[in-house]
Ligand binder design. Structure first.
Ligand code: IMP
Ligand code: MG
Length: 188
């Protein structure tokens, strides 16, 4: 079991990279007041850290997507609290995998006549892409292994881990996530 999960990206490295992304975003949005729109729930941690590294005046909002089944339909469950018309929207995702969610989101925001739409994702799984979708700011490019931690979950768990972990053997892990939980948390 110890081999089923391995440390992928340490919290320190995440912090450094988020700082670099924040600096690039600060430069690109200089003189504007963007609205950062985080995609719940996974992007919550990334949004919280990223916006504190962005040195321009901005608004923060969230939306919540619902996904039905593997590769199923994507539906907006909770919308932003303010209209996006005429705004410079910076969408923030935890991870871009097939690219389907981001494609749907970008189209939706463009249809609402935002002034501009850009996207930042902490993790990019380029090799898993089904639809080619623009991604202006990416934290890390990874392979196709399943990740947990720093907002990323396995059936709702492990979002609160400060580091990112890679699941090397998803079948073993899924059959018994408790073993990993006991390794990383003060469990029992
Ligand atoms: P996609 O790009 O539409 O395929 O979907 C991206 C979404 O799938 C993300 O927002 C996550 O919720 C989920 N996801 C994809 N890969 C992972 C992973 O490695 N760990 C946890 N969630 C993932
Ligand atoms: Mg997500």
């Amino acid at each position: 079991m110890a081999d089923a999960v391995t440390l992928a990206i340490a919290a320190d490295d995440i912090r450094t990279r988020v700082g670099e992304l924040g600096a690039a975003i600060s430069e690109d949005y200089r003189g504007r007041r963007p609205i950062v729109v985080g995609v719940l729930t996974g992007a919550l941690w990334f949004v919280a850290d990223l916006v504190r590294q962005i040195e321009v005046d901005l608004d923060v909002d969230f939306l919540l997507l619902n996904r039905f089944g593997e590769g199923g339909r994507i539906r907006l469950q909770t919308d932003t609290s303010v209209p996006l018309v005429g705004r410079d929207v910076l969408l923030v995702e935890d991870i871009v995998d097939t690219g389907l969610s981001l494609t749907v989101l970008r189209r939706m925001i463009e249809e609402r006549e935002a002034s501009s739409v850009r996207c930042a994702a902490l993790i990019d799984k380029t090799t898993r892409r089904i639809v080619d979708v623009p991604l202006e700011y990416r934290g890390f490019e990874v392979g196709d292994e399943f990740l947990v931690g720093y907002g990323l979950d396995h059936e709702g768990r492990f979002r609160n881990l400060p580091d990112l972990w890679a699941v090397l053997d998803l079948a073993t892990f899924s059959a018994d996530p408790g073993t990993f939980a006991r390794r990383v948390f003060r469990t029992g």
